[in-house]
Design a protein around this ligand. Structure first.
Ligand SMILES: Cc1cc2c(cc1C)N(C[C@H](O)[C@H](O)[C@H](O)COP(=O)(O)O)c1[nH]c(=O)[nH]c(=O)c1N2
Ligand SMILES: CCCCCCCCCCCCCCCC=O
Length: 357
């Protein structure tokens, strides 16, 4: 069983960038002190939704301040930077952290990122698949090679060479297309926090079926290091746990929707059907009302008493077989509440979670 802390570096109303960034660093150090295995960062640009635009820089700082903690990205928006630059950054962190960096990637959801970095958003899937393959192959051979479909450059040796024989990587998967692509390669998925247990189970069943058809053994499939993300607040007083997150999550969810234009009815961007369909379902369920959206989020995630948190997480473990659990304590708002929830999780929840039945 592995437990991680995921930190958005979201700037809530009334907080300065300095306060957000100071907390971001302190939560990373606290994660090691409280014996979390991992600390995860997210890449967002140009809005208050996330202040960490360069995750290699953010992770370098946290890896430099810690000695055991594994630090990962969840994830690098692969299509928006040159693969040689990303591979150099990856290899430097792998070497300098002695293998404590996890290269987690996403294909991106935010139109501003693509507009500013000069990439066509509708090409995000093809570019992500291309760049991820060339970078991970390059970490093994030392040479970065492109077939020229999405980017053109001569074969280059990229330094330093990898510290680890196999650098850990993962990719966030919400749609069946990404799930399938990862399964065909036996690569780890990061599952969403805002889908039901049965949807997580179905996603794992799809992955496992495609991985089998792609020739991976049952033993291999059983040991792929998938992770699931969850929002977490633990308190003996269930209502307090819910209320302490409510204001923060209400603002965060609004900021999320405002940061991307993909959910707008007039948006015609191809390649995001899953997200558009999910949002349409949410609208039909009344999630344009922030309170209802937060209520739904609370129903799906471990927010409440230790017993409720154990029940919800164990349900997902048993349904998916995933034992790499990444939690968003940041939803608790203040550093005091966040740390308190992290401590209660590690003493009153984590020790009681069991491997899948
Ligand atoms: C847990 C988790 C974490 C992230 C995301 C989503 C989820 C569920 N996404 C959104 C991401 O770019 C993308 O839209 C989907 O996650 C992947 O969609 P597909 O499955 O490829 O369709 C995301 N996007 C982004 O630009 N920066 C990020 O750090 C993240 N992190
Ligand atoms: C500051 C928010 C606290 C809640 C953290 C949520 C943790 C689980 C979800 C992590 C990914 C959410 C991604 C949303 C879209 C990404 O750009």
């Amino acid at each position: 069983m592995k437990f991680g802390n995921i930190c958005f570096s979201y700037q809530p109303p009334g907080e300065s960038h300095k306060q957000v960034m100071d907390r971001f660093v302190r939560l990373g150090v606290a994660s090691e002190e409280l014996n979390f295995n991992t600390y995860w960062t997210l890449e967002h640009h140009f809005t208050e939704f996330g202040l960490t635009g360069n995750l290699f820089v953010a992770c370098a700082n946290l890896l430099g301040r810690t000695t055991k903690l594994h630090v990962g990205t969840m994830g690098i928006v692969l299509p928006t930077a040159h693969p040689a630059r990303q591979m150099e950054d990856l290899l430097l962190l792998d070497q300098m952290s002695k293998g404590r960096f996890n290269f987690g990637v996403v294909r991106g959801l935010y139109h501003k990122d693509f507009r500013v970095f000069g990439v066509t958003m509708e090409d995000s899937r093809a570019i992500t698949e291309d760049f991820h393959t060339m970078i991970m192959d390059g970490t093994k051979t030392g040479t970065l090679h492109t077939d020229g479909k999405n980017i053109e450059f001569p074969d280059v040796n990229v330094y330093p060479e990898a510290y680890l024989d196999k650098i850990p990587t993962c990719m966030t998967a919400e749609s069946a297309v990404t799930t399938t692509w990862l399964a065909e390669r036996g690569l780890p998925m990061v599952l969403s926090w805002i889908i039901t247990t049965s949807e997580k189970k179905a996603q794992m069943e799809l992955y496992n079926a495609v991985a089998r058809d792609s020739g991976y053994s049952e033993e291999y499939i059983k040991n792929v290091d998938h992770s699931m993300t969850l929002i977490c607040s633990v308190d003996e007083d269930a209502k307090k746990a819910e209320d302490v997150c409510r204001e923060f999550l209400g603002n965060w969810y609004d900021s999320y929707v405002n940061a991307t234009n993909i959910f707008s009815e007039s948006n015609q961007t191809r390649g995001y059907d899953y997200h558009k369909g999910q949002w349409k379902d949410f609208v039909l369920q009344g999630h344009t009302n922030t309170k209802r959206r937060v209520d739904y989020s609370h129903d799906l995630n471990p927010v409440g008493t230790p017993e409720k948190c154990i029940e919800i997480i164990q349900r997902d473990i048993d349904a998916t077989g995933i034992t790499n659990i990444t939690l968003g304590f940041e939803a608790n708002g203040s550093e005091e509440e966040i740390i308190a929830s992290m401590k209660r999780f590690m003493t009153q929840v984590a020790p009681f979670l069991k491997d899948p039945k």
